[in-house]
Structure formats: structure tokens, C-alpha cells
Design a protein around this ligand. Sequence first.
Ligand code: AMP
Length: 400
Amino acid sequence: MQLDYSGKKVLIRVDFNVPLDDEYNITDDTRMQKALPTLKHILEDGCSLIIMSHLGRPLKKKKDDGSIDVEKFTLRHLVPHLSELLGVEVKFCEETVGEKATEAVEKLEKGEVLLLENTRFNEGETNGDEELAKQMAALGDVYVNDAFGTAHRAHASTTQVAHHFAADEKEFGLLMEAEIKNAEKVLHDSERPLTAIVGGAKVSDKIGLLEKLIDFADNIIVGGGMAYTFMRAQGGKTGNSLVEEDKIDLAKELLEKADGKGVKIYLPEDSVVADKFAADAATHNADSDAIQDGYMGLDIGPKARAVFADVLTNSKTILWNGPMGVFEMEAFANGTKAVAQAVAQATEKGAFSLVGGGDSVAAVNQLGLADEVSYVSTGGGAMLEFLEGKELPGIKAIRG
Ligand code: AMP
């Protein structure tokens, strides 16, 4: 971050989309913690801070009478904890924009912090309404975007608002800078060999990523439910495993394309198969291309774990998106565990490792290995789209 904020009213968009329990207590404050360095850095300059964030999807989950469930989705619930984290008594405004918000901003003194109400209470937020963005922009002298998790959305508070500030009146926050720097390192400045691990449920969710990876990875490890569509593409028998029939041809094409480019694709040689999708299922190990009817592959098997670990510990750059099995159930978590440990080992040996996107992040956190990889991304969908090579609207709006 480079701007001097002294004496300014700083409008910042963060991602405070934290989970709350039934009594509206914050059950995981990671996202607030991640924004903290930026908030503190800005406040140190001697300015006032106006914070915007979304929380949940209030317009999609309205009350039966069609009104917004303010009690459930208000950012007011976050005020005590945010005050504690910042060491400043945070003020709250029940509007994002409007007369009350303008008045609250006008009254704001140096060193004070104002949290505005949930941006998604406004109809215009998610469709990037120009008028709403203009009203938001009028609240601050400068704009900072530190909400990487929503950078792939052209929303009013993440993208359109930035168009109302000159190039020297807007910048990324520290979290956003770190996310971009680490993803760009993998994409453009990586030591070889580069191995990508792609897992999770479906091929269809990861097509863009797989296509991009074939252009720049040396090895692609495929695990999780999506591996079985690839197994079928190779003529294997997959029993009751998750297979996207309409993606089998695509999987074939991806395999051929990778082969043509000299990119090695590693599929799991064996699997832990189960007679039902349940924690107490009867299980055994089987070759992934010879799974009996009545059984489904829910994790990679011991042979696959050993091969994948070997590839990983010999890699210099690693990108991981998606678990190797149904890791939420203990019986099917060993594959994800083994891969996480191999990534940690490779990192210890000097490799750069980026864990990006949803469930693999949850897995690494659950296994307590988050500090043993180089970088854990906070943006699921955003990181996926960034790695696919798409230009994220929230980033473009700042960079121009
Ligand atoms: P994704 O969000 O695409 O990364 O997918 C993550 C989900 O994929 C997790 O909830 C896993 O339980 C699920 N998953 C992983 N492996 C399998 C599998 N072999 N069969 C079915 N679901 C799986």
C-alpha cells in the first residue's frame, strides 16, 4: 500500500462475511482477522475509516412477508468484536448509503471508525448499480479494496464504486495485494517442476482451471470425485462413483491435449471404495478402473497416495485446489491428509505452495497445516477465476 491517508476519509470494502450462530455470535472470525492489518495500517496514518462489507445473501433469503431479515443479516452483530480487534469503539450506521450514512460520515473524526450496514441490503449492490456506487463513492475521499473473496463480482461496492476515484485515490489493501502477488507468482514466475493438484466433486466446476493448467503446469494430479469421470474416459469401470456422463468426452479431450503438450496427468491408481455415501459405510481398497457395481470411490487409495506424495515432494511449485476425497468423513480423509502432508514436506524442502479455493483450504486448516504451506488463499471462487486467467472486475477497477 502506498497512499498517504492522513486527514482523509477512507472508504474501504472488506470481506466480513463471517459465519454466525443462532444467537448471532461469530463462530469463525478469520475473515475479520485477515482484514485487520490493512485497517490498522490505514488508521495509523491518522484518518477516519468507513467500512463496507456484505454478510450472507439477505435479498435471496427474505422473510415470508417479503421484507429483509435485518436481525439475521445486520453487520451490527460484528461491532463489539471489531471494536475489540481494532482497540477503537466502532460506530455503526443502519444504512449503507443515504441521509443517515452521509450524516454519520460527516460527524466522523480523525481516528474514528464507522461500519456501514450490509451492502447487500441494497437492491443495486449485486447488479453493480451505478447510482448506488456513486452514493457509496461520495462517502470517502479515497477508496481501498481488500475484499479478495468478492473480487470476481462486478458489484457496486467492489467494482463500480472504484470508477469514481482517480488512479491516485484508490488502491488494494494488504490482503488483496498478497492474494494477487502469490497467485501471480504461480502463474508467471514459478520454479519448475510445477505440480497442480485438482480435486473436489465435479469436473464441470474445474474445466476452466484444468484447461489453463494444461498450458502451464508440468504435472496435474487429479483426485476427488472428478477423477472417476477421467477413469471412465480411459475406459475404466467405476461402479457407483460420481461420474458426469456428459463430461466424459471433455475428459478425453483434456487427457489428449495434456499428452500433446507433454503435461503429465496423474489419476489415482486405486481408491477407497464404499457401499454407501456415509461415514459408517463398509469400505475396501480397489483399483480405480475396476470398481464393482454397488461401490463408489470416496477417497484415493494407498498406492495413489504414495505416487502423488512422490510427485509432490519432487516439485518446486505446487498449486492445490480441491480435496482428494470426502474428507469431511474421517474414513475418507486419508488421501487429503497424505497430500496435505506431502505439500507441507515439499514446502519445507523449499517449494512454493499455494492452497487456493474453498474445500482444500478447509482441509488444510482442519489438519492444522495452514502454517506449513507457503500461502493459503481466502478467496474460493475469486482465486479459481484468477488462476483460470480471467481478469477479475474488482482488480481491474483499481488497476485500470
Ligand atoms: P469442490 O467444492 O469442488 O472442491 O468439492 C469439494 C467436495 O467434493 C467436498 O465436499 C468433498 O466431500 C467432495 N468429494 C471429494 N471427493 C469425492 C468423491 N470421491 N465422491 C464424491 N464427492 C467427493
